[in-house]
Design a binder for this molecule. Structure first.
Ligand code: GLY
Ligand code: MN
Ligand code: MN
Length: 465
């Protein structure tokens, strides 16, 4: 059985959701085992995060309903049979598991369809979140009678908004779990730093990081990105051997035993010593990371933190001659996005990109801040106002992407802000990203987890040691 919070935690969450949704029922489908290559050979089981949030239980093939009119929660699932017990050992009943998360009403899984159809027959609204797995899309279509090709469009915006509102502000028990996930993330990164020397294999280092995530928690929070080509943002190929003169970027985090996530990026010179050119760019990214962290507080819009770190990047690149003109104007118009192509970060929680499956528009935006369609700005996942309990990643970067440079240069795009002749001297530079996980507190912020080296001297002191 997976570790759980006190049953009251789940009861309180469901009660708050009941106050947020105006009638009807909500159906929460747990996940099923996912086959890798034949049905009984499955991926590591991962429960759905909304199910974990409201019902805690990390077992396959269960579902739950919250009845907003009757103020009642029901878990639907089948008790294990002797056939299961022969293979899996003694198993608790669904009723005894449900009790641990404060649910007193349980029914066999087969009764879910009747329950939903009865609610529909009574003209009651059936709320659900957009299903992201094929099996649950089919199941939900069968349960509701909605065409499977359109099932996601029928997700309840009222339910999504209610969930986002709750899950965004982390409770203390969640923050404690996130600190633990960060501890594992720091172990992963420091282990790799100690071996970031010429001759080491990328594959072994990626495996080392993943092994640590599995040794101390539930595994990685997303596939490890480890590359000497940091300019390729999500590079999952690990075929290279570390070479002096290169920088190694690792973007990796862990899921703790209660499925809360961490997400860190460090970029380091192989062997520990930056060239002058590398260090100059590195210091700009570090300042963008640290200035954004220093400025973060409740009431601030994350869009403004993004702007701040982009302005640090544009100013730094201007000082080195790669950019020119008015820094604020350059960032407002999107000229910096030749180098900082993505957004400053995202929320983190039970998902590493927390709640992304519910729709980024509800997670990162609201009525007071809407998405931009300007390249760079458009990639900002989290723009809205920061509140106490929010956890966001702070992950600025500078990347030299040869294809992108060629396209912009050909168009002479933002010629008032970019010195393409100087940029050309960096086209083989690669990319740097530095990422930490930041909790917004009542009065300011706290970087979660133990300190993970990121200063130039700190890196030199640990790499290869
Ligand atoms: N999953 C990569 C990142 O958001 O940092
Ligand atoms: Mn990351
Ligand atoms: Mn991230």
């Amino acid at each position: 059985m997976n570790p759980l919070f006190e049953s009251q935690v789940y009861k309180n969450r469901r009660k708050k959701l009941m106050n947020a949704v105006n009638g009807g029922i909500a159906v929460f489908l747990g996940n099923h085992e996912a086959p890798m290559n034949y049905p009984d050979n499955t991926y590591n089981f991962r429960q759905d995060s909304d199910f974990l949030y409201f019902f805690g239980l990390s077992i396959a093939d269960i579902a739950a309903v919250i009845d907003f009119d009757a103020h009642q929660s029901i878990i639907f699932g089948n008790d294990f049979t002797i056939d299961d017990i022969i293979w899996m050992g003694d198993q608790p009943t669904i009723a005894s598991l449900a009790e641990k998360v404060g649910v007193t009403e349980t029914r066999p899984f087969g009764q879910l369809a009747d329950f939903i159809q009865q609610a529909q027959a009574q003209g009651r609204k059936v709320h659900f979140v957009p299903p992201y797995r094929g099996d649950n899309q089919i199941l939900l279509a069968n349960l509701t009678g909605i065409d499977v090709n359109h099932i996601r469009e029928h997700a309840s915006v009222e339910l999504i908004k209610g969930i986002v509102n709750l899950r965004s502000a982390k409770e203390q028990c969640e923050i404690d779990e996130m600190d633990k996930a960060c501890e594992i993330g720091v172990k992963m990164h420091t282990a790799v730093m100690r071996r970031a020397v010429a001759g080491e294999s990328e594959r072994e280092l990626a495996g080392l990081a993943e092994g640590i995530a599995l040794s101390f928690g539930n595994g990685i929070s997303f596939p490890v990105i480890l590359s000497q080509h940091g300019e390729t943002l999500h590079n999952h190929l690990h075929n290279g051997i570390l070479q002096n003169g290169n920088m190694l970027l690792m973007d990796a985090g862990a899921e703790g035993l209660m499925n809360y996530c961490s997400d860190y990026t460090r970029t380091m010179p192989v062997g520990g010593k930056f060239t002058q050119k590398q260090q100059e760019i590195y210091e700009i990214v570090l300042k963008a990371n640290m200035d954004a962290i220093d400025a973060a507080h409740p009431g601030m819009y994350n869009k403004e933190l993004h702007r701040l770190s982009c302005e640090v990047i544009a100013q730094g690149l201007k000082d080195l001659g790669l950019m020119k003109g008015d820094v604020k104007e350059a960032v407002e118009l999107g000229a910096h996005a030749l180098f900082m192509v993505h957004g400053l970060g995202h929320q983190i929680g039970l998902d590493v990109h927390d709640m992304e499956g519910l729709g980024q528009i509800y997670v990162g935006y609201d009525d007071t801040v809407r998405p931009s369609n300007i390249f760079g700005w458009a990639s900002l996942r989290m723009a809205r106002e920061l509140k106490p309990g929010f956890v966001v990643s702070i992950e600025p970067g500078i990347y030299f992407i040869p294809h992108l440079i060629d396209i912009w240069k050909k168009e002479n795009k933002f010629a008032d802000f970019i010195n393409y002749d100087v940029v050309e001297k960096y086209r083989d530079f690669g990319g740097i990203r530095i990422e930490d996980d930041l909790l917004i507190t009542e009065t300011g912020h706290r970087v979660l987890g133990p300190h993970l080296p990121k200063g130039v001297d700190e890196l030199a002191a640990i790499i290869g040691k």
